[in-house]
Design a binder for this molecule. Structure first.
Ligand code: MSP
Length: 639
């Protein structure tokens, strides 16, 4: 019996610019689904790539004074670097400029032409170059592109047309009969009304520029970029080139696309396949956008977030987790650093990181890091086991059904329950009172950790592997199967390794400080110009800093800017003269704890002895005394 296969694609991205975090969203989801299917025993073909032809790219290259290929090559390379950093496990990266693809597109054109579904005529209408889309006058909104709102150009040229109108009824019927074809449901309704409003034949060739695949029967025409781009799915699956691969993987199981390109994937694409007598993909899923400050992230709006920088700062798994968890799959969702850091601190550092950390620390203390065999289960253990089984089943149901963020949430339900289980079973008490029960509790915890490592495998592949190795298990999580979720798979007697926290907590205040380049430059200048010459730790050690409590404060008899303080430093009482009269009134100082340099040579200031110097911070006209954050007995050392 042939094995189960799963064919999944991302859109192929325009190499007109570097990719931003919005593009990483589509690809992270596709990667998670691909990994999930592999771990469920499927042979997977995960396809992604770059959409390199078209007027937009040609213009960009011309602006830069290079050929289109010279323009796209380094950008395509940057896509691959990003996918590597984000741990994207694609099986095929297709460039539409590759020979294998050019051949397929020309063959497709010819086949449809010979069938009589392509004819030559004259096109007159509007074109949106950023979207590479044709529009009719009546479709424009305020004379602009209805999709992106940018200006359109009047185009009049001889073109080949694809008889889309001929297939409209067949497509409507197909959509009706295959409820899984367009998802989510809301987008299906949108597409159906679009088709019902009347399908025009589609212009599929251009003559006013060159950067495209030549029409095989008519030099001087290049094939319309979307006709070329959509065909990538067939090329990648092996169409006309690798029969075995094509038979195995076509029709695709899932085309994952952003909502704005649903029309191409659920109208033009299926009609192309119908004209070719090929089966249609099982599902086209249109996800929502990543929104930044209320607007779709896009290069032209200048509100993009660079995923490479985010990965360098927070790690690939944290970014993947955020994208998968925070945004309800299908609808738009907000991206913000604050929300990202919140997720990292609460879900990753606190919930997941702590569970592993606490469990390992206890295992070390009570069992020298060797997982004990369990004794008989009691109610709390049974409850956690039952929950793990339930979570495993729900997780798979959600993932199969493309409810990705709900699948992730299930895993965190188990993590939360395991943390609670520690509090309820109190292993530290069992260690003293009931060693047999302690063994069961520790085994149960480590079995849950094993299951968590498996379940997060598709979402956070690096973290899953780190956990797997710390748990002393062999191989990589990616090579495991979900069938191993069956309770009790963790071999007692396994040695666990202790390690650094999985996700260190992020200090929100520092991480959220605006970091514009200007800020950095100013900060750099100030630091450098104010910095005193370097000292060694020995120089610093010569200072004796102590906590002192102010017991009396009064104005200096001979100087308006000075105050005369009596302070308690350990058993001693000292007098200190301080230049703080402009910032503090004497009466508000009494009772405060401060820090003084206690071994400074005494000096007379305007006739009054000063036996030390207090520390204060100053900036922008403000001055503040340095005080211990909590009460410390006077005389305490400051280091
Ligand atoms: N080249 C076409 C696709 C051809 S597929 C046969 C294209 N490329 S694109 O680079 O503009 O966009 C690719 C994908 O990135 C789309 O699915 C789009 O929805 C997605 N995203 C771009 N910005 C996005 C967000 N801000 N949020 C989520 N997805 C985003 O269209």
């Amino acid at each position: 019996m042939p094995g189960k296969t799963y064919c999944i694609s991302t859109p192929i991205y325009y190499p007109s610019d570097k990719l931003h975090i919005g593009h990483s969203y589509t690809t992270t989801i596709a990667d998670t689904i691909a990994r999930y299917r592999r771990m469920s025993g499927y042979e997977v073909l995960f396809m992604t790539g770059s959409d390199e032809h078209g007027q937009k790219i040609e213009r960009k290259a011309r602006e830069k004074g290079v050929t289109p290929l010279e323009y796209v090559d380094p950008i395509v390379e940057s896509f691959k670097v990003l996918w590597e950093k984000l741990n994207i496990s694609y099986d095929d990266f297709i460039r539409t400029t590759e020979d294998r693809h050019i051949k397929v597109v020309q063959a497709i054109f010819k086949k449809i032409y010979e069938k009589g579904d392509i004819y030559k005529s004259e096109y007159e209408g509007w074109y949106c170059t950023p979207c590479e889309t044709f529009w009719l006058e009546r479709q424009l909104v305020d004379g602009k592109c209805p999709d992106c709102g940018r200006p359109v150009e009047l185009t009049k040229e001889e073109s080949y047309f694809f008889k889309m109108s001929k297939y409209a009824d067949r497509l409507l019927e197909y959509i009706e009969e295959h409820p899984e074809f367009i998802r989510p449901e809301s987008r299906k309704n949108e597409m159906v009304s679009f088709i019902k409003s009347g399908l025009e034949d589609l212009c599929i060739s251009r003559t006013t520029f060159d950067w495209g695949i030549p029409v095989p029967i008519d030099e001087g025409h290049v094939i319309y970029v979307w006709f070329d781009a959509l065909s990538n799915y067939l090329t990648s699956a092996g169409y006309l080139q690798d029969e075995e691969r094509f038979a195995k993987f076509w029709p695709a199981d899932l085309h994952l696309v952003g909502k704005e390109i649903m029309r191409f994937h659920t109208i033009i694409w299926p009609i192309m396949l119908m004209a070719l007598d090929l089966p249609l993909p099982k599902t086209v899923f249109g996800h929502g956008w990543l929104i930044l400050e209320g607007d779709k992230m896009s290069k032209s709006k200048g509100n993009v977030v660079d995923p490479i920088e985010l990965i360098a700062e927070f790690g690939a798994d944290a970014i993947r987790y955020f994208l998968l968890r925070e945004i309800s799959f299908g609808t738009d969702g907000n991206f913000s650093r604050a929300a990202l850091i919140k997720r990292i601190n609460s879900d990753l550092a606190n919930d997941l990181g702590n569970l592993l950390h606490r469990s390992t620390a206890m295992l070390q203390k009570y069992y020298q890091l060797e997982v004990p065999a369990p004794g008989p289960y009691q109610e709390l253990d049974e409850q956690l086991k039952k929950l793990a089984e339930e979570v495993g089943a729900n997780y798979r149901k959600h993932m199969d059904n493309l409810e990705i963020n709900q699948g992730v949430a299930e895993v965190w339900r188990l993590i939360g329950a395991a943390n609670k289980y520690i509090d309820e079973t109190a292993p530290w008490t069992l260690a003293k009172e009931d060693p047999e029960r302690l063994a069961t509790v520790m085994y149960t915890l480590f079995e849950v950790l094993r299951q968590v490592a498996l379940l997060i495998g598709p979402m956070m592949p690096e973290t899953a592997d780190v956990m797997w190795q710390r748990l002393g298990l062999e191989g990589s999580v990616q090579d495991q199967r979900f069938s191993e979720l069956a309770w009790g798979g963790y071999p007692a007697g396994t040695r666990v390794t202790k390690g650094e926290p999985l996700f260190p907590r992020i200090d929100e205040e520092t991480a959220l400080k605006p970091q514009s380049e200007e800020d950095n430059q100013v900060a750099e200048k100030e630091t450098l110009s104010d910095l005193k010459s370097e000292i060694t730790i020995d120089d610093f050690a010569k200072l004796d800093l102590r906590v002192a409590k102010i017991i009396k404060a009064e104005p200096h008899p001979n100087a308006d800017r000075l105050l005369k303080l009596q302070v308690q430093v350990g058993p001693e009482e000292r007098q200190i003269i301080a230049g703080i009269a402009e910032h503090y009134r004497p009466e508000e100082l009494v009772g405060k704890e401060i820090v003084i340099v206690a071994n400074l040579k005494p000096a007379k200031l305007r006739g009054e002895i000063s036996q030390g110097m207090l520390l204060a911070a100053s900036g922008e006209g403000e001055l503040a005394l340095i005080t211990p954050e909590r009460e410390i007995a006077p005389g305490g050392k400051v280091k």
